[in-house]
Design a protein around this ligand. Structure first.
Ligand code: NDP
Length: 317
């Protein structure tokens, strides 16, 4: 290690709600905190049009406003946000070395809060109506569709489970499955069968286009693969459930233990398999993919990091 290099108390990878919440706690306690973010401050929350279920905002808040408030609060206590991409985390004794686009960085503790991303269909209309008719999280946005008609896409566990959840709100759901069967578990399929009055499953149906009018989604156009004919489903909204991926590709050579889907395994202190490297929010195995829980995990991680840093100086070099 270059002797001139500064060793930060804490480097946080990411700047979404988990990262910013952790930074509010750590920087307020004079733990020198630097966040590295390669994209938007606020992460997925920042591109969420409206958040109705974040505690403390009785009338709801826009994702952008919430992200901005979290950023301001973290910076008020001294947290520094730097633009840059981290490509590796490794231990050098008790110090953590981060390889980044801005050069090598060193810290006593690291928090990984890089979130996850929803797989997209990549069809016309999907980006245009993102968060304004096209959604990826039923718990987050389902309540906007009380007594409305919906289309859901996918045939795995997420698609079935989330479609079942949406039956609480929607008047009817057309579920488009590109294959000839569901990939979801038997239990979920049986449960879906009990809701056949509300959910109609269309097999062998691809989703080709999401069409809107006057800024609102009005229908989905697909293809019935058995006949080759175009099919149309009038709808007020579309929920895409075709897979969720954690942002952990950059950890491949870091030796941090991941689960079979690539989410980070942590212990009860939210510490990963690398001592002094913690994880919080949507990137963590067991995360509930909610902004409120990501913030909660960020706060918990901050407290655990504080305990760790107290012990750190007593550790062997
Ligand atoms: P999966 O990968 O299991 O399923 C994805 C589904 O989306 C498949 O039906 C797939 O179709 C379909 N799909 C993929 N790409 C497209 C596309 N471009 N157009 C149309 N359809 C597409 O993802 P999930 O998010 O459902 O689940 C991820 C993991 O999490 C799984 O292992 C799952 O078991 C687990 N999980 C478990 C739950 C539980 O146990 N309760 C709940 C939720 C998730 P095809 O089959 O044709 O490839």
């Amino acid at each position: 290690m270059d002797k001139q290099q500064k060793i930060q108390d804490l480097i946080i990878v990411g700047a979404g709600p988990a990262a910013l919440s952790a930074a509010i706690y750590t920087s307020r306690e004079d733990i020198e905190t630097v966040l590295f973010e390669k994209g938007a401050i606020g992460g997925l929350a920042a591109v969420t049009d409206w958040i109705d279920n974040y505690p403390g905002f009785a009338k709801g808040i826009s994702g952008l406003d919430l992200s901005e408030a979290l950023r301001e609060q973290a910076e008020r206590f001294g947290a520094k946000i730097e633009l840059g991409e981290v490509s590796k985390i490794e231990l050098q004794g008790k110090i953590k070395k981060l390889t980044t686009s801005e050069g090598d960085k060193y810290a006593k503790a690291v928090l990984i809060a890089t979130g996850s991303f929803y797989k997209q269909l990549g069809i016309p209309g999907e980006t245009e109506f993102f968060a304004r008719g096209v959604h990826y999280c039923a718990t987050c946005d389902g309540a906007f569709y009380r007594d409305k008609q919906l289309v859901t896409i996918g045939g795995g566990n997420s698609a079935v489970q989330e479609s079942l959840f949406l039956t609480k709100f929607a008047s009817h759901i057309d579920m488009l499955v590109r294959g000839d069967s569901l990939r979801a578990s038997e239990v979920l399929q049986e449960e879906l069968g009990r809701h056949s009055d509300k959910v109609t499953v269309h097999f062998n149906t691809t989703t080709d286009e999401i069409v809107g009018e006057n800024g609102k989604v009005i229908k989905v156009i697909g293809t019935d693969k058995t006949t080759g004919r175009k099919v149309e489903y009038p709808t007020d909204g579309v929920f895409v459930f075709i897979g969720l991926f954690p942002n952990t590709q950059f950890l491949k050579s870091s030796g941090i233990e991941l689960d079979e889907f690539g989410f980070i395994n942590t212990d009860e202190r939210l510490m990963t398999s690398l001592p002094g490297v913690f994880a919080a929010g949507d990137v963590r195995h067991g995360a509930t993919m909610q902004i409120a829980s990501a913030s909660g995990e960020g706060a918990t991680a901050a407290l655990m990091i504080r305990y760790y840093l107290k012990e750190h100086d007593k550790l062997e070099p």
